[in-house]
Design a protein around this ligand. Structure first.
Ligand SMILES: Cc1cc2nc3c(=O)[nH]c(=O)nc-3n(C[C@H](O)[C@H](O)[C@H](O)COP(=O)(O)O)c2cc1C
Length: 200
C-alpha cells in the first residue's frame, strides 16, 4: 500500500479537504433513478470494495453484499408484500410494496455477518463497521455519477429477505440501497451547526 502522505495544501489541511467536502455534500438520498439503465457489475464490485475499506475493530470483515437486479427485485417486493399482507395492511400498501424495488435497476442489500458472535460490544462494533462501509459506498456511488437511496424498515428483519439475498440466518441486514443513474436531483436538507465542546 502507498504510504506517501497526501498533500495538505495549507497548514490546517483545509485546502486538501475541498474535493472531499464537495463530494460528501453532493451525496443525496435520491430516488429519482432511471430504472431502465443498468449499473455495470464492475461498478458494483468497486463500490463494495470501497465499503470494505471502512475501519473494522478486530478485523472481522463483517460486510456481506447481495446485488439484486431483474426479477430478483420483484421477489424482494413479494417478500415485503407478503409481510404486509400477513399484518393486515391495506391492499394499496401491499400493491405498492410489490413494485417498489423496481424503481431502481439494482438493489444492493448490505448485511453484517455476526457468525457465532454473541458479545454485544462486538456485534455493535461490527454493525458500526458496516454502517461506515455503507457511507464509503454511497460516496463512491456519488463520485461515479450514481444516485443512491438507503432504504430500511421492517423489511430488513424478514427471514425471507435474508434467504433471497443468500445471507445466513444470523446475518443482520442493515440497508437495502437503491442504486442507479439519476434522472433528477433532490434538494439538500440543511444540517444543523455541529455541537462541539473543545475541552482542554
Ligand atoms: C440507517 C438509515 C436508514 C434510512 N432509511 C431510510 C428509509 O427507509 N427511507 C428514506 O426515505 N430514507 C432513509 N434514510 C435516508 C435519510 O432519510 C436521509 O439520509 C435524510 O433524509 C437526509 O438526506 P440526505 O441523505 O440526502 O442528506 C436512511 C438513512 C439511514 C442512515
Amino acid at each position: 500500500m502507498d504510504a506517501t502522505p497526501l498533500p495538505t495544501g495549507s497548514p490546517d489541511g483545509l485546502e486538501a479537504l475541498d474535493a472531499l467536502d464537495a463530494l460528501i455534500r453532493r451525496r443525496r438520498t435520491n430516488l429519482r433513478i432511471d430504472a431502465e439503465r443498468a449499473v455495470p457489475e464492475s461498478t458494483v464490485r468497486r463500490l463494495c470494495e470501497l465499503a470494505q475499506w471502512a475501519p473494522n475493530h478486530h478485523r472481522t470483515w463483517p460486510w456481506r453484499f447481495a446485488a439484486l437486479t431483474g426479477d430478483a427485485r420483484v421477489r424482494l417486493g413479494a417478500c415485503a408484500a407478503e409481510h404486509l399482507r400477513a399484518r393486515g395492511a391495506a391492499p394499496e400498501k401491499v400493491a405498492k410494496a410489490e413494485t417498489k424495488y423496481c424503481r431502481a435497476p439494482l438493489m444492493l442489500a448490505v448485511a453484517v455477518h455476526h457468525g457465532a458472535a454473541d458479545d454485544a460490544v462486538r456485534r455493535a462494533e461490527d454493525r458500526d463497521a458496516v454502517a461506515a462501509g455503507i457511507q464509503n459506498l454511497l460516496l463512491g456511488a456519488t463520485a461515479a455519477g450514481l444516485a443512491s437511496y438507503w432504504g430500511s424498515g421492517e423489511v430488513l428483519e424478514l427471514p425471507s429477505v435474508r434467504a433471497l439475498c443468500g445471507f445466513e440466518p444470523s446475518d443482520e441486514l442493515v440497508a437495502l440501497i437503491y442504486l442507479g443513474f439519476p434522472h433528477g436531483d433532490v434538494a439538500a436538507p440543511p444540517r444543523p451547526v455541529p455541537t462541539i465542546r473543545f475541552i482542554a
